[in-house]
Design a protein around this ligand. Structure first.
Ligand code: NOJ
Ligand code: CA
Length: 506
């Protein structure tokens, strides 16, 4: 692979707890993931990104890290993590890990020291009086400790915010990066990347944060072929792009695309905005349809309002899943055809819908607790993967999965879809195979035409056409059809369908 493997990579997001359970305790683990690496190889992805795998009380699915230099016992051991990295590399799959520099865990040695000794509180945000900020999960962002002081947590109380004005915090994260880069990881995903630096009155996108990423980039550059990807949720694309300057992060997740409604005008504007902000910086765009924080794309695109808004999650809003499924197939071909990298969240390749009927007593997401049981939260997109068989646990592992899987998933297992040429899994496999030769890094040229159609060609000559309208449309001149997200209608492209065209005859 070239030095800059991430520029056009297809990166598969593994949520380890829900991917595959190797030891039968109902919780996904590294043994399960290692056994399924051949599945990911066959799927055709270039890299995996694992959400946090470190020891943690799991106040927020592991985004409350207690110790960066070890693995959560539910997932396995440090030795197994090293084996996983080696085995993935042997299959030519890169490995990206998650770091969470905005906050730590109340179970970390640092926080325990801070609790025991008020002189050791400067690594966090302790104050005599609480501020008035609200936590992103609901409720106040300040919690009182027994001696009367308060600490800041922008997320759950189990996630105390770190104080990036303290040089010790900088040094610790330098060492954490080296710890994992030395073990061969190819990339680092940076959680809540815009929130680290705070003043007394603001915490989002404060200029000083860029110095941290310049420092981290220098470290990454000491190793061959490593990348940094930022989780930067900022409404302003220009501000977002500042994180991608040549001496900062290599890439960032494109949440503008994820949040965009399934509408041609809005999507075209988003794509243009993305290219306009990324290309001058020579930073590859990324295309993201979903992740472990948002409603599954099949469900979202089946609703009357198809955009995504963290503040209005639309849980339980009725969805036409057949329509959502058709659109999700078309969206997959669109995302995979655009210039740059693409992220695929586990289960997206199976067309899994959001699970909206998880019994309340089984819900784990702090959003559910912190919202006073008014926001169901993110468990519905984190239900364990269905691999095989006719009933739960669908080959996930021998035990009962940590969140229940719907009976209806028997039709969506890997086993069921492998045998079906028309399945979502077959579509993803075929698309990822074609993508290696035809797509990835580069630029696009729009083909102008009807307002309800998006069409563009890529550097290779491949044309991608997506019809958003109700009526079938004629295909532009082409040599042959490489792949379509649904059946063509007498050579025409039906609504909510996408096609990849080759300029050559077969
Ligand atoms: C973003 C992560 O993706 C999400 O799952 C987590 O809850 C927050 N950051 C806090 O770490
Ligand atoms: Ca397990």
């Amino acid at each position: 692979m070239p030095q800059t493997w991430w520029r056009g990579a297809a990166i598969y997001q593994v949520y380890p707890r829900s991917f595959a359970d190797g030891n039968g305790d109902g919780i996904g683990d590294l043994g399960g993931l290692r056994a399924r690496l051949p599945y990911l190889k066959d799927l055709g992805v270039n890299a995996i990104w694992l959400t946090p795998w470190y020891p943690s009380p799991m106040a927020d699915g592991g985004y409350d890290v207690a110790d960066y230099r070890d693995i959560h016992p539910d997932f396995g051991t440090l030795g197994e993590a090293e084996l996983l990295i080696g085995e993935a590399h042997a299959l030519d799959i890169k490995v990206i890990i998650d770091v969470v520099p905005n906050h730590g865990s109340t179970a970390s040695a640092w926080f325990q020291e801070a609790l025991a000794d008020p002189a050791k509180r400067d690594r966090f945000w302790f104050r005599d009086e609480p501020g008035d900020w609200q936590s992103i999960f609901g409720g106040p962002a300040w919690t009182q400790v027994p001696d009367g002081q308060w600490y800041l947590h922008l997320f759950d109380p189990g996630q105390p915010d770190l104080n990036w004005d303290n040089p010790e915090v900088h040094e610790e994260f330098r060492q954490v990066l080296r710890f994992w880069l030395d073990r061969g990881v190819d990339g680092v995903r940076i959680d809540s990347a815009a929130l680290l630096v705070k003043s007394e009155t603001a915490f989002e996108d404060i200029d000083g944060v860029h110095d941290i990423y310049r420092d981290w980039r220098r470290i990454a550059d000491e190793y061959p072929d490593r990348m940094l990807v930022g989780e930067v949720w900022l409404p302003d694309q220009e501000r977002m792009a500042r994180y991608l300057r040549p001496d900062e992060l290599h890439t960032a997740f494109n949440f503008d695309f994820l949040a965009c409604p399934w509408e041609p005008e809005a999507l075209r504007a988003c794509i243009d905005r993305t290219l306009a902000t990324h290309l001058p910086l020579d930073a590859p765009p990324t295309w993201v349809l979903s992740n472990h924080d948002v409603a599954r794309v099949v469900t979202r695109y089946g609703r009357a309002e198809t955009s995504w808004d963290h503040g209005n999650r639309r849980d339980g809003v009725p969805a036409d899943l057949e329509l959502g499924y058709r659109r999700a197939r078309a969206a997959a071909l669109l995302a995979m055809a655009l210039p740059g990298g693409v992220y695929i969240y586990q289960g997206e390749e199976l067309g899994l819908p959001e699970v909206e009927d998880i019994p309340d007593e089984l819900r784990q997401d702090p959003m559910w607790r912190r919202s006073g049981h008014t926001v169901p939260g993110r468990d519905g997109c984190r239900v364990p993967m269905p691999w095989s068989g006719e009933e739960p646990p669908f080959g996930f592992g021998a035990g009962s999965p940590w969140l229940p899987q719907p009976e209806t998933w028997r039709k969506l297992t890997v086993e069921a879809q492998e045998a079906d040429l028309g399945s979502m899994l077959t579509l993803y496999r075929t698309a990822l195979r074609l993508r290696r030769d035809w797509l990835g890094d580069g630029t696009l040229s729009w083909l102008e035409g009807r307002p309800d159609v998006l069409a563009f060609t890529r550097d290779s000559g491949l044309a991608c056409v997506v019809n958003f309208g109700p009526d079938p449309v004629r295909l532009p001149p082409h040599g042959s059809v490489l792949l379509a997200s649904g059946p063509l209608d007498g050579g025409e492209l039906p609504g909510d369908t996408a096609v990849w065209l080759s300029p050559r005859t077969p």
